[in-house]
Design a protein around this ligand. Structure first.
Ligand code: ADP
Ligand code: ADP
Length: 226
């Protein structure tokens, strides 16, 4: 069954108020196991809203959300948080690492929250850091890392609990073009190696073209890309 399925998703912000916006108007989307899908849309089209709904960070106004074949639309907060923690990894345009913790600790903490032991969590964090070539910076805080290193650490954090689904919102969007290409390469290698399913929002058509499938968000619905 699908790793992620969104059915007839509508999202209205500020319903009935002066700032009312209908962002999504019946969006459908399904991602098969191991599939890497690009989400391309102009700014303001509702990309982030869609990713937040897919990641159980926000609820749709109407419509159904399924993760791994289970309808999770009406889950309570505790189950929703547990499911998000164990099954879904997030990457944002900005790293959002905790500034007072080291790179290693930023990857260890989500594993501890998910029930892993210190030893298991540290070993996995070091393995992931080595995989993205930042293990020599494990003991440094985010402010001591380059932009590319910060994003690489954020990738490791997203994969810390071995999720089945990766959601990424412009994952290399704040890096200069050359760094962006290299860091994106690392991300794609990671995703392919782990067999992860991914939904990756990007403005970059060249990067999008390298994924299995391209989708557009336009007029509040999801349409197949060309
Ligand atoms: P994108 O990621 O494609 O740029 P977003 O999903 O962030 O688009 O936003 C889509 C539209 O919804 C925009 O017009 C934005 O201003 C509006 N919007 C997003 N979040 C909120 C919110 N919390 N409250 C009100 N409007 C919002
Ligand atoms: P990347 O391609 O990963 O972004 P850079 O080419 O920007 O890396 O940086 C090369 C090296 O310089 C990195 O290993 C990093 O440790 C160091 N470096 C870059 N920027 C900073 C910074 N702001 N503070 C500390 N070290 C930095």
């Amino acid at each position: 069954s699908e790793v992620l399925k969104l059915e007839k998703i509508e999202k209205v912000y500020n319903r009935g108020e002066p700032g009312e916006v209908f962002v999504l108007k019946g969006a459908d989307l399904a991602i098969a196991p191991g599939e890497v899908v690009a989400l391309v849309a102009p700014s303001g089209a509702g990309k982030s809203t869609l990713l937040h709904i897919a990641g159980l960070l926000d609820a749709p106004s109407t419509g159904r959300v399924s993760i791994g074949g289970e309808d999770v639309t009406d889950l309570g907060d505790r189950r929703r948080t547990a499911l998000r923690r164990s099954n879904i990894g997030f990457i944002y345009q900005f790293h959002h690492l905790l500034p007072e913790f080291t790179a290693l600790e930023n990857i260890v903490l989500p594993q501890l929250a998910n029930g892993a032991s210190q030893k298991t969590a540290r070993d996995r964090a070091m393995m992931l850091l080595a995989r993205v070539g930042v293990d020599h910076r494990a003991g440094h805080r985010p402010a001591e890392l380059s932009g590319g290193e910060q994003q690489r650490v954020a990738f490791c954090r997203a994969l810390a609990n071995a999720p089945e689904l990766l959601l990424a919102d412009e994952p290399t969007g704040n890096l200069d073009p050359e760094t962006s290409d290299r860091v994106f390469e690392t991300l794609m290698d990671l995703v392919r190696e782990t067999g992860l399913s991914a939904l990756i929002a990007t403005h970059n058509h060249a990067l999008a073209a390298r994924m299995d499938r391209v989708l557009h968000v336009d007029g509040g619905v999801v349409t197949p890309g060309s």
